[in-house]
Write a protein that binds this ligand. Sequence first.
Ligand SMILES: C[S@@+](CC[C@H](N)C(=O)[O-])C[C@H]1O[C@@H](n2cnc3c(N)ncnc32)[C@H](O)[C@@H]1O
Length: 235
Amino acid sequence: MSKNKLAKFAEMADFKNVVQPDDVSFDRTPYILRGKWNDDFFHNSNPLTLELGCGKGEYTVGLAQNCPSGNFIGVDIKGARIWRGAKEALEQNLDNVGFLRTKIDLIDKFFSENEVSEIWVTFADPQPKKQNKRLTSAFFLNLYRKICVDGARIHLKTDSRLLHFYTRALLDANGIIPDFVTDDLYTSDYKGVAVDIQTFYEKMFLAEGKKITYLNFKLAKDRQIVEIPKFVGNL
Ligand SMILES: C[S@@+](CC[C@H](N)C(=O)[O-])C[C@H]1O[C@@H](n2cnc3c(N)ncnc32)[C@H](O)[C@@H]1O
């Protein structure tokens, strides 16, 4: 591991806004803050938004700046990336920001039933070969159903046309109509945080001339999401 990374990890161990379970592969015991993020971490009862695969946490920090009456947690397995967002939040005295270092696959071990109000998935790995590893697959949406309030809004912003059109096909097969959908965000009539905040990866993709897609939808608690056959959309 590089010296730079080691220094970041050492510094981050003292960050009050970062939670890193010792064993990130985790065990079967629910995490100590599960069901208690508002009471024991944020010390308020504001609605909680997660950014999954947050990298440097641009949405976590940007949304928290825009909305002081909400709580925001960025989740990623890579500590050196989380360090950037956590440091910025501390420098800006944003006490409505937290970062959790873990695998998203374990998210229901860290949050309890109805604890989360909204989720952003930003530039997630498209996982071309492993459909069920996509962060909007039926497997993950059913995990999110467990921890979200009924009708929680899920946002997907990505350059990957595979991930975008796969998600649309999955929603369609499950009778979910997105509230907003575009395969070219910056020529669409959308106005709001999906254009106001840009992530590290997004800036790279824009510089390469790629189009950015975006959609959001509400996730019902009482309806199991069923996976679709291998998606080979005409991209
Ligand atoms: C392509 S990067 C995007 C980062 C950031 N959202 C951005 O737009 O700049 C994808 C991120 O998702 C994280 N990630 C992917 N799968 C994950 C998983 N199952 N659990 C935790 N983190 C994951 C990676 O560590 C990586 O930081």
